[in-house]
Design a protein. Structure first.
Length: 256
C-alpha cells in the first residue's frame, strides 16, 4: 500500500515557477539528508548552505534563486573561509556562477526536468514490475544495498547513508521494484514545494528506461495531480524519450 506523502509538505509560494519549485524541493531534500546526519544547514536569502561535513554525494551549498548572484558568490567565499582545508561542493541550480576564481572546478552539468501528472504508456514499461513503497527498516537496508551495488557506491564508508529515521520524515518515500523479494530498482520521492522530487534512482543499465517509466507511473497512480521533477545528465534524459519530460534548465555542480 502506498505511503501518503503528507500534504503539510506540499506548501509553497504559488508564484514560484516549476523550475523554482524543482530547485527548492532539491535544496530541502539536501537539508533533510544533512540534518539526518547531524550536519545541518540553513536557508540564506539566495541559497541553502551547510558549513558542516555533509554526507557523501551531498553539497555544502545549493543556490535557490536565479537572482542574487552576488550574494551567492559571497556565500561561496564564506564557505571557503569557514572550511579552508576541507573539500566543499556547490550546486549552482541555475548554472549562473563562475566559481573558478575561488578554486572550484566543474564536477558535472545536468538538466532539470518536470513531468505533468499523466499515466505512462504501457509500451514504455517493458517488463518492469509495478513499483511499491517501502515502510520498514529492513526494507530500507536492502534498498540501500541495491543502491550501492547498482551505482558503484560500495566505497562510501558512511553506513547507513539513508538512516531509518528518514522513513518517518514528512514527505519522504522510498520506492522499489522487486523480483522474488530482491530489490531490482529504486528511487526516493520527496514531496515539498508543491512538487514531488525524484532522486537517487537506480536500476540495471539495460532496464533503466523501463524502470524509470514504472517509477513515474507509480507516482502518478498514487498522486495523480502532482507534478514530478528531478534532474539528470542529458545523455540519460535522451534514453527517456517518450516519457514527456519537460526540460526546465541547466545546473552545474562545482567541487573544491
Amino acid at each position: 500500500m502506498a505511503l501518503a506523502l503528507p500534504q503539510a509538505a506540499m506548501l509553497w509560494d504559488e508564484t514560484m515557477s516549476i523550475l523554482d519549485q524543482a530547485v527548492m524541493n532539491n535544496a530541502q531534500w539536501c537539508d533533510m539528508m544533512c540534518r539526518a546526519h547531524a550536519a545541518p544547514g540553513h536557508f540564506a536569502p539566495a541559497a541553502w548552505v551547510s558549513i558542516n561535513n555533509t554526507p557523501p554525494l551531498y553539497p555544502n551549498m545549493v543556490t535557490t534563486t536565479a537572482n542574487g548572484m552576488a550574494s551567492q558568490f559571497k556565500e561561496a567565499e564564506s564557505l571557503i573561509d569557514k572550511r579552508p582545508d576541507l573539500p566543499s561542493a556547490v550546486k549552482d541550480s541555475f548554472r549562473r556562477l563562475n566559481l573558478n576564481t575561488l578554486g572550484f572546478t566543474e564536477l558535472f552539468d545536468a538538466q532539470w526536468f518536470a513531468r505533468a501528472p499523466a499515466p505512462v504508456s504501457e509500451n514504455l514499461l517493458g517488463k518492469a514490475k509495478p513499483w511499491q513503497y517501502l515502510s520498514t527498516g529492513p526494507e530500507l537496508v536492502a534498498w540501500e544495498k541495491a543502491w550501492r551495488d547498482a551505482g558503484g557506491h560500495e566505497d562510501i564508508l558512511e553506513t547507513p547513508l539513508f538512516p531509518p529515521t528518514l522513513l518517518n520524515e514528512p514527505g519522504v518515500s522510498f520506492l522499489a521494484s522487486k523480483s522474488a523479494g530482491n530489490v531490482m530498482a529504486g528511487a526516493v520521492a520527496y514531496a515539498a514545494s508543491g512538487v514531488i522530487g525524484v532522486t537517487n534512482f537506480f536500476s540495471k543499465p539495460s532496464e533503466a528506461a523501463s524502470q524509470f517509466a514504472a517509477c513515474l507511473n507509480c507516482l502518478y497512480v498514487t498522486h495523480p495531480t502532482i507534478i514530478t521533477v528531478g534532474y539528470e545528465h542529458e545523455d540519460t534524459l535522451a534514453e527517456y524519450a517518450g516519457l514527456n519530460l519537460q526540460l526546465l534548465g541547466p545546473l552545474r555542480v562545482w567541487m573544491r
